[in-house]
Design a protein around this ligand. Structure first.
Ligand code: FAD
Ligand code: ZN
Length: 483
């Protein structure tokens, strides 16, 4: 396999001149304008690039990728740059071009007869939701970064979010793709079919590949009828195992009408109450854990809020919850959700974080939380657990923060703990048959750890796919798989 060559700095002006000649008007080369594209959302990684390219059309994107292949320049696709694994930031070694999808931002079609829409990769998730709503339809993917993250980024990381329980990951919401291959050809796979068994699942390969196989330029997305009525409930649960019991009760009573089931600890709620001025405590007492449930669906004889209230009544009788509140207006619904959605931002406001995005069989989660938190407390005293996540999907954001008001020395000491903390947590996950990246991808953050936990056969198959689709190794090198 031919690797992209390290170009000596003397060769750079000639390359830049060639780029400028070919793509005038769609390049950012000024260092201060380029800076935001070279650094990730958390400020954890910073890279270098010869330029940022902003193609206007699929054909334009294809010619930029072809130029890169010819000149052995690495292509780093970038959407909203909200990814949490460092996949969208170029390396600081080697020669990179960031391909930003910011101008591939057209909604090509909204079809409410076939319940599909066709959007370009750079359309933000929120714009997709708004276009669907304007056509009387619903696009269910929902996550806290939706104002900035793009459909291309969502697809490339196989994003999850808070509606997976009912609607699945974005993999389940995509019918077709348009992709620029590593060699600069366009694969038009924009089929709007619910059934298509005509060979290898290429769409499935590109979804979740984090820009290492090609550039997604457009997608066919599935639309749904809008949920007629929605209600949210916030319940105090004595423990994660009581939350798992509540989840089971809610699933039995609500079936597919249970659209989200989230878990958060009192420590998470405390963070949000400290940092988000509008947030207020939804229940009178304090509980070690809380569950946030969302139910949706229409049944005039039996409104959804009443069904949810009945479930909570049963849970109270069975000791799975100690208290609960059900939203009775849209503003209350939003207030309850804001408590969950502002956790990441509030945690970031209290210094560095050590994050884990893990998944496990749901039945293994209560014991995992208890024993792993105890092991971390014993091995790394002075750290704070910040545990929350999508319990209904078996996915936890099992995070740590330094002690409150840690001084500079302590904050620095906390940062040094990242590798041993990761190892302890991920060994515990692997021992229980879980995954070390449930929804954020591998990027550079989890690349080497994933290789440690996967079998040799799995890594070999992944490398075979990479070599077949990107023989020159120019597509987002050093992400997902080590070079
Ligand atoms: P980027 O960050 O730009 O890129 C992500 C990866 O995809 C990179 O490897 C990049 O090279 C590649 N890529 C981007 N666009 C393309 C393209 N068109 N073609 C090929 N490759 C491409 N994620 C979840 O799954 N669930 C959550 O609940 C969630 N919550 C979040 C909350 C906050 C506050 C933040 C900051 C992030 C959250 N994320 C979550 C992570 C992030 O928002 C998602 O990973 C999102 O899908 C990334 O989209 P993006 O457009 O920002 O992609
Ligand atoms: Zn999440």
């Amino acid at each position: 396999m031919m690797k992209p060559q390290r170009i000596d700095p003397g060769a750079q002006p000639a390359l830049l001149a060639s780029l400028r000649a070919a793509f005038a008007g769609r390049l950012i080369t000024d260092p201060s304008d380029a800076a935001p594209f070279l650094r990730d959302w958390r400020g954890k990684w910073t890279g270098r690039a010869i330029a940022i390219a902003q193609p206007d059309t699929t054909a334009d994107a294809a010619s930029i990728v072809a130029w890169c292949a010819e000149n052995a320049v690495a292509v780093v696709p970038q959407g909203g740059n909200t990814g949490l694994s460092g996949g969208s930031v170029p390396e600081s070694t080697g020669l990179n071009l960031v391909l930003s999808t910011s101008r591939l931002n057209k909604v090509r079609l909204v079809d409410s007869v076939n319940n599909v829409m066709v959007v370009e990769a750079g359309v933000t998730l929120q714009q997709v939701q708004e276009h669907a709503e304007a056509a009387g339809r619903f696009f269910p993917l929902s996550l806290a970064a939706q104002g900035s993250c793009t459909i291309g980024g969502n697809l490339s990381t196989n994003a999850g979010g808070v509606q997976v329980l009912r609607y699945g990951n974005i993999r389940d919401l995509c019918l077709g793709l348009e992709v620029v291959t590593a060699g600069g050809q366009v694969w038009d796979g924009l089929r709007a079919l619910r059934k298509d068994n005509t060979g290898y699942d290429l769409r499935g390969l590109f979804i979740g590949s984090e820009g290492t196989l090609g550039v997604i330029t457009a997608a066919v997305l599935k639309l749904f009828p809008p949920p007629a009525a929605r209600a949210a409930a916030f319940a105090a649960v004595p423990s994660p195992s009581a939350a798992a019991q509540l989840l089971q009760l809610a699933q039995e009573a609500l079936g597919p009408r249970l659209t989200a089931f989230e878990l958060l600890s009192e420590a998470c709620l405390g963070l949000v109450l400290r940092h988000i001025p509008a947030a207020r405590r939804p229940l009178d007492g304090i509980s070690p854990w809380y569950a946030l449930l969302e139910a949706s669906g229409e049944n005039e004889a039996n409104p959804i809020a009443d069904v949810l209230t009945d479930v909570l009544g049963t849970a109270l009788e069975e000791g799975a919850i100690s208290d609960a509140a059900v939203s009775s207006s849209v503003s209350q619904f939003r207030e309850l959700w804001a408590l969950r959605e502002n956790i990441s931002e509030s945690q970031a406001a209290e210094g560095r974080t050590i994050k884990h995005d893990i998944s496990l069989p749901i039945s293994a989660i209560p014991e995992f939380i208890e024993s792993t938190s105890a092991a971390l407390g014993a091995a790394f005293p002075g750290t704070r657990m910040v545990v929350f996540g999508h319990l209904g999907d078996g996915n936890l954001h099992f995070n740590l923060s330094p002690a409150p008001n840690a001084d500079v020395a302590r904050a620095r000491a906390f940062e040094q703990l990242e590798a041993p903390v990761n190892q302890l947590v991920h060994d515990a996950v692997a021992a229980r048959g879980g995954s070390i990246s449930a929804e954020h991808g591998l990027g550079v953050l989890r690349r080497d750890e994933a290789a440690r936990y996967k079998t040799g056969v799995e890594i070999q198959l992944m490398r075979a796919v990479k070599n077949a689709l990107d023989p020159l190794g120019t597509m987002n090198p050093a992400k997902v798989l080590s070079p």
